[in-house]
Design a protein around this ligand. Sequence first.
Ligand code: ADP
Ligand code: DP6
Ligand code: CO
Length: 325
Amino acid sequence: MSSATACAQPNIALVKYWGKRDEKLILPATGSLSMTLDSFTTTTSVHVGEDADSFTLNGSPASLAATQRTTGFLELVRELAGDDRPAAVVSTNEAPTGAGLASSASGFAALALAASAAYGLDLDQPALSRLARRGSGSACRSIVPGFAVWHAGTDDASSYAEPVPAPDLRLVIVTIDGHQKAVSSRDAMRLTRDTSPFYDGWVSSTREVLDEMVIACRAGDVARIGELTELHALRMHAVIASSRPPVRYLAPASVSVLDTAEALRASGVQAWATADAGPNVCLLTTPGDADEVAAAVGGLGGVRVVAPGPGARLVSPELGAQPVP
Ligand code: ADP
Ligand code: DP6
Ligand code: CO
């Protein structure tokens, strides 16, 4: 039997991915840009050579839907490796699962690396990013350390994430509700594309924001990065809410965090809000302002200050962390 264990962290998008142009290959409608976190680790072990596939998440057998998603992903790895043996997947998430804190990103980044190693594949960073993308689009960015751009690409081979230079930033994560969201990112994304009258505008404006964001990141322009981040998050929640039936991920307490960001800025503190598909809000700030921002949102939820972190890496008791070449 061959086994491998990998760790990966979630990433929070500053320019969001919301909409696919190919559901099977998970090719996005546009590119996106994110920060991979140094916290909320997912650790995943894959043991090849079992009697049947299985998926244990946070100590218990996972739901049927999550197990089928993992098994479907293992099928891709088995095809690449030319090895049809079943595997046991055992994973733990430090972030809440399915709550808009990118568990699918850390989950499939760690699974892509652990499964490819356990089945004997030796993939470089772009190839691993492409593989992780097939599990969950956002996962392709968690292969990469720090700030990453996911190129929309034109086909499977050209759609992967790579590092982008950016200033040192912090995210203050405000966990308002750790429960699983009622509508998964995948389902809500499809609904938005199929029913929102604003979807085309969302796609074309995202391309423009991404171009501006890459320029701002390269220039180290923190205020511009922050403004674009908040603008783009609010546009995403607006287009999601314009679906039929509507989907609304932000809760009253999420809006209070948005208000706090505005008040902080008015008093000269750098803080801009973003939220993925869930009620939990992240405030983008500088290392110098992070403590003040964290103190300001202390009463609104669980608060954690996170920095840019490493990409997915193999771990083993004997060897310690092994970064992807
Ligand atoms: P999130 O906001 O947490 O990314 P999503 O709706 O995108 O929420 O994805 C949640 C799904 O991702 C879970 O229902 C499960 O199918 C999958 N997932 C989460 N964590 C893991 C993991 N560690 N390993 C494999 N799949 C995972
Ligand atoms: C709001 O990557 O979870 O977090 O590709 O269907 O698995 P699937 O969706 P997922 O969507 C992430 C949406 C988002 C924005 C982002 O991370 O860019
Ligand atoms: Co997700």
